[in-house]
Design a protein around this ligand. Structure first.
Ligand SMILES: [Zn+2]
Length: 171
């Protein structure tokens, strides 16, 4: 599928039905998870219906939290594509540290929102996240700091939120 197809309609930060997943998110469903459950991988704790960072919570059971499951199963919830161009490539270090900083702040607030991978490929940079909120935050941070164009959408039948950022060649 051509990722650029719906660009015009989805450009900008509009939040409409394209930003709703088509199906329930099985990674986030709280089925059978009890308060007092901790993640054996990252230490997040499930309390009162959500996964949080807690130094004081009493952990009585252990399993993998949804974010660690996504990481181990290579199943991102969000994918940000930064289109390679003459603007982006010389600023790659700057961009990566911006994204890392944003991710750190988001992860502090929401334990399940993390960057999975920042993969520099020949045509651009693929950034994957464990949660859709972080994806939006990263994409919007790119717009704020580096301008350019942004589209965010769920593609038909997919659970992964896709964002695509590009910069005009004329800098
Ligand atoms: Zn975990």
């Amino acid at each position: 599928m051509n990722p650029i197809r719906n660009n015009k309609a989805a450009t900008g930060m509009r939040r409409d039905k394209r930003l709703q997943p088509h199906t329930d998110d099985s990674y986030r469903a709280p089925l059978r998870v009890m308060s007092g459950t901790g993640c054996r991988e990252c230490g997040a704790v499930y309390e009162n219906g959500r996964w949080i960072w807690s130094a004081s919570a009493e952990v009585t059971k252990q399993l993998l939290c949804p974010a660690c499951r996504r990481i181990s199963e290579h199943a991102p919830a969000g994918e940000l594509w930064l289109q390679s161009c003459d603007y982006l490539m010389p600023r790659l270090d700057q961009v990566v540290s911006l994204l890392s900083r944003e991710a750190q702040n988001e992860e502090g607030l929401h334990a399940l929102e993390r960057i999975m991978d920042i993969d520099v490929q020949p045509g651009g940079v693929r950034v994957t996240t464990t949660g859709p909120h972080l994806l939006r935050r990263l994409a919007e941070a790119m717009l704020r700091a580096h301008h350019g164009k942004l589209s965010i959408e769920y593609r038909d039948g997919e659970r992964v939120l896709h964002a695509r950022w590009s910069h005009d060649q004329q800098v």
